[in-house]
Ligand binder design. Structure first.
Ligand code: S5P
Length: 278
């Protein structure tokens, strides 16, 4: 596990050079939560209701706005308002995976205009480093200085059965993160990756990438379509800084009671990890 994993969120915030990561760690510490809810619902009303009732207990809301059947400017305005009200960040899980010229248009324009409202996005590095360069160019463009602070997570591993995001792909994810470390804030992965051995790059002093782990569920081991789950505790012990849970929270009979359980289990596991490193 990376050395950063053993430190508190506030210690990491105080040393981090990236303003968005500082803010993320500050939110975690202030609200005592490392939960990202994956709000995979299909209408604006459901999305905003979830964001409002879960808001006090989450650090980040993860969206798939392309599954929201009535997506419009109201969806974005509502989400932004709730992000301010409850102090959480917005992560659009669009998983960009194309040539640079295409992803620039997908990030910036189209019907979704993701760069105008999402603090965090993610991409696969299957197309090579050009995808990261292209997204970084959009994020730093002068056209967007009015938008939110922005950062990228590299999809370095996947939780689905038979995933090909392993081995050389995962190592290359770490290499690209290091190459573009001003824009890449971390990884979607099932574990801390900074000790991955690479022939191309090595960790720099104080390297601190944020690990978001999906496939987290307290009561299920997986679904019929290949999803594979671990618990919040196991995810944090393997190096997750933020746990991402979808159906375990939003599909529970009482999502607020559920999010509180994920919050407590995630936070206790984090405190345990930090205490063991002291
Ligand atoms: O490897 C991955 C990467 C992601 S981003 N596995 C995943 O499940 N995800 C996303 O996390 C997926 O798209 C979904 O939005 C969420 C998991 O949802 P759950 O209902 O299975 O917790």
């Amino acid at each position: 596990m990376s050395s950063a994993s053993g430190q508190t969120y506030s210690a990491r915030a105080s040393k981090h050079s990236n303003a968005l990561v500082k803010r993320l760690f500050d939110i975690a510490e202030l609200k005592k939560t490392n939960v990202t809810v994956s709000a995979d619902v299909t209408s604006t009303m459901e999305l905003l209701e979830l964001a409002d009732c879960l808001g006090p207990h989450i650090a980040v809301i993860k969206t798939h706005v392309d599954i929201v059947s009535d997506f419009s400017n109201d969806t974005v305005v509502g989400l932004k308002r709730l992000a301010e009200k409850h102090n959480f960040l917005i992560f659009e899980d669009r998983k960009f995976i194309d040539i640079g010229n295409t992803v620039q248009k997908q990030y910036h324009g189209g019907a979704l205009r993701i760069s105008e409202w999402a603090h965090i996005i993610n991409c696969s590095i299957l197309p090579g480093g050009g995808i990261v360069e292209a997204l970084a160019q959009v994020a730093s463009s002068n056209d967007f200085h009015h938008g939110p602070e922005r950062g990228l997570l590299i999809l370095a591993e996947m939780t689905s059965k038979g995933s090909l995001a392993t081995g050389a792909y995962t190592t290359a994810s770490v290499d690209y993160a290091r190459e573009y470390k001003d824009f890449v804030i971390g990884f979607i992965s099932t574990r801390a990756l900074t000790e991955v051995q690479s022939d191309v790059t090595s960790a720099t002093e104080g390297e601190d990438f944020v690990v978001f782990t999906t496939g987290v569920n307290l009561s299920s081991k997986g679904d019929k379509l290949g999803q594979q789950y671990q618990t919040p505790k196991s995810a944090i012990e393997r190096g997750a800084d933020f746990i991402i849970a979808g159906r375990g929270i939003y599909a529970a009979s009482d999502p607020v009671e559920a999010v509180k359980r994920y919050q407590k289990e995630g936070w206790d596991a984090y405190l345990g990890r930090v205490a063991r490193t002291e």
